[in-house]
Each structure stands twice: as structure tokens, then as C-alpha cells.
Design a protein around this ligand. Structure first.
Ligand code: SAH
Ligand code: SF4
Length: 347
């Protein structure tokens, strides 16, 4: 059987050093530098490497295990990319242009998702498989390269694309480590946010790993009945169990845990819910991010009015709870994850 080439994007610097043990140790750093600060993915062009090493890299590694197959650009400059894996599955990433020339990259962690939330398009096709760390890291490499983002320009990473990152903790952890390496992409853990549907034991595990990443919890409802309807995982880990876990989670003194709250017309957008939310987050260093439900074909839920969302926010602020409304970026390219992939299937 021919020697299967390794995806070079899946290796931490230490792993790369180990797999190049017959060469000088500093060679791995040089390769990291080519890949992640010059965005060079052709080994032949890594000119300060000896020819013998370039040949070795070509024989043993590849940079081509993922292809970008489709993209859609929104009027505000945000772009959604669809990637295809070698085994022919697709996943999405979104490049978001925020205020004041800031960039956020929204990464996928799985193909599909097991959690099965009733409002989420990713859940529709069920779960297929985890992305490996290389398939995750490639999203950042590709977007920084194609968007011409200088290597020293800080970007924010949110693990809010397709999939549940805490259900793929091992690869997500490795991706975090590769992204943060200061010989490469150098994206500080303070700029990396993991969003989870609330897998309480995995939140505990993440806390124990003490990676220093930011945490966002997809709460979406203030009582268990509605939350179970929206997110069946709530049967296993209810609101109380999540809040208890968060209370023990190590958080940087200057930071807060973000609670994402998807606003759905007539379901959870009233001031009665706002009041319960304040009580629920009472003892936690929290901030709330309100998200407009982004409708998609076949969904029974509706987007709430602007007035409803703003008065919800004003109520929280009045009660001393920090609250922002997620900028609805890329709405015209239907940026809620899963939507580009869904359309691709029908083409
Ligand atoms: N599985 C993780 C991370 C990926 S989902 C989680 O659930 O947190 C990222 C965010 O997108 C979640 O807050 C999710 O609730 C939100 N989302 C999913 N479908 C949406 C839709 N149709 N409109 C708006 N937000 C949506
Ligand atoms: Fe999975 Fe998150 Fe979608 Fe729920 S919202 S199905 S956890 S990706």
C-alpha cells in the first residue's frame, strides 16, 4: 500500500519537529512560518529549506486534503466558504467583517451534529463525522490567505460554525494549540471562543484543560420545557446543571462567559423571559448576546421584530446585565451555518 501522506495542517509544531527528527530542529519553525505567515502551501516554494527536506516533505506530507468548492459574498463584505473533504463531505466557514476593520472567522468543528437542535440547519442531515485538526486549521489558513489578511493582523476565532466543538474536544483542542502558536498564526487564546450547546461534563473537562479560551453557551431559553423543545440535549443537561458547571469554570478575571440567546418570535422574546434570564445569571460573570433567529426553508420559527429584541436588551441593561445584539452579518448570504451546504445538495 502506498505511503499515505499526512495533512501538514494537522500537526502542532512539536509534532512537526518530531516527524522531521532527521533534520535540524529549527526547520519545523521555518515551515510553520511559510505556511502560516506567508500562506505558502507549495513545498517547492519554501526556498530556504534544503532540497532534501523539500523532497521529504513532498513524499510524506500534503497541504491539499481539503478544497474550497464554493463561496458566497454578502453586501457587507462577509464571505461564506464551502470546503470539501477528501472523503467528499462539505463543511462551511464564514469570514465576518466586523466594525472598525476587525475580522472574525467562524469555524466548523464537525460535519453535521449529534445535538439535533430543532432550529438548526446543521442538525438536519444528522451527524457524519468529526473534522480532524487539519481540516479545522485549514479554514483559517485558507481564509487568511484568500482575504489577504496580513499575518500580524489580529483576527478573532469563534467555533460557531457547523457542529458541536465540545463533542470533538480532542481535535478542537489541537486546533486551538496550532492557531495560538507564535511561530505560526499566533492567535491568542483570548481571541478564541468556543460555543457549546451545554454538554456539562465536557465544559468541566474544558475547564480542567485550562486552555484559556473564551466560553460561549447557547442558552436560548430560560425554562427547561422550552429549552428541551429547542435543544433536546437539555434532557440530559438541563439549565441548572449548565449554570452550576459555569460557576466552577476558570475564567480570566477581565472576561465573562457569553450566553447566546436566540430570539424566536413569540416563543422566548418577551420581557417575562428577560426577567427570568436576569435571575438565572445573577451569580455569574456573564454577558448576553442576543441573536435574531435566521429563518430557513422548512423552519417553523420566525424572526422577531427589531422592537422586541431591543426592548429585551434594554431590560437586561437596566438590570445591570451586559448585553449586545449580534450584528446580523451576511444575512443576505444566509450566514447561519449549514445553509450553504444545504443549498449545495440541491444543486
Ligand atoms: N454547536 C455549538 C456551536 C455551533 S452553533 C452551539 O450550538 O453553540 C453556533 C450558533 O449558531 C449557536 O448559538 C446556534 O444557536 C446558532 N444558530 C443555529 N441555527 C441558527 C439560526 N437558524 N439562526 C440563528 N442562529 C442560529
Ligand atoms: Fe449542533 Fe449547535 Fe446546531 Fe445545536 S445549534 S444542532 S449544537 S450545531
Amino acid at each position: 500500500m502506498p505511503n499515505e501522506k499526512k495533512n501538514i495542517f494537522s500537526l502542532t509544531l512539536q509534532e512537526l519537529e518530531e516527524s522531521l527528527s532527521k533534520f535540524h530542529k529549527f526547520r519545523a519553525k521555518q515551515i510553520y512560518n511559510w505556511l502560516y505567515t506567508k500562506y505558502e502551501d507549495n513545498f517547492d516554494n519554501m526556498l530556504n529549506l534544503p532540497k532534501e527536506l523539500r523532497e521529504y516533505l513532498k513524499e510524506n506530507f500534503t497541504t491539499k486534503l481539503v478544497d474550497m468548492v464554493k463561496f458566497e459574498e454578502s453586501k457587507d463584505g462577509s464571505v461564506k466558504y464551502l470546503f470539501r473533504t477528501k472523503d467528499n463531505y462539505t463543511y462551511e466557514s464564514v469570514f465576518l467583517k466586523m466594525k472598525e476593520d476587525k475580522y472574525t472567522l467562524c469555524l466548523s468543528s464537525q460535519i453535521g451534529c449529534k445535538v439535533g437542535c430543532s432550529f438548526c440547519l446543521t442538525a438536519k442531515g444528522g451527524f457524519i463525522r468529526n473534522l480532524d485538526s487539519g481540516e479545522m486549521v485549514y479554514q483559517v489558513f485558507f481564509i487568511k490567505k484568500i482575504q489577504n489578511i496580513p499575518s500580524n493582523k489580529a483576527v478573532n476565532i469563534v467555533y460557531m460554525g457547523m457542529g458541536e466543538p465540545l463533542d470533538n474536544l480532542e481535535n478542537t483542542k489541537k486546533c486551538i494549540e496550532i492557531l495560538k502558536d507564535n511561530n505560526g498564526l499566533d492567535i491568542s487564546v483570548r481571541r478564541q471562543t468556543i460555543s457549546t450547546s451545554g454538554l456539562a461534563p465536557k465544559i468541566k473537562k474544558l475547564g480542567e484543560l485550562n486552555l484559556g479560551v473564551q466560553l460561549a453557551i447557547s442558552l436560548h431559553a430560560v425554562d427547561d420545557e422550552l429549552r428541551t423543545e429547542l435543544m433536546p440535549i437539555n434532557k440530559a443537561y438541563n439549565i441548572e446543571s449548565i449554570i452550576n458547571e459555569i460557576a466552577n469554570f476558570p475564567i480570566d478575571n477581565r472576561k465573562r462567559v457569553m450566553f447566546e440567546y436566540l430570539m424566536i418570535d413569540g416563543l422566548n422574546d418577551g420581557l417575562d423571559s428577560a426577567k427570568k434570564l436576569v435571575a438565572l445569571l445573577n451569580k455569574i460573570k456573564a454577558k448576553v448576546n442576543l441573536i435574531y433567529f435566521n429563518p430557513h426553508e422548512g423552519s417553523k420559527y420566525k424572526r422577531p421584530s427589531k422592537e422586541k429584541v431591543e426592548s429585551f436588551r434594554e431590560y437586561l441593561l437596566k438590570k445591570g446585565l451586559l448585553c449586545t445584539i449580534r450584528e446580523s452579518k451576511g444575512l443576505d448570504i444566509s450566514a447561519a451555518c449549514g445553509q450553504l451546504r444545504e443549498r449545495e445538495k440541491t444543486l
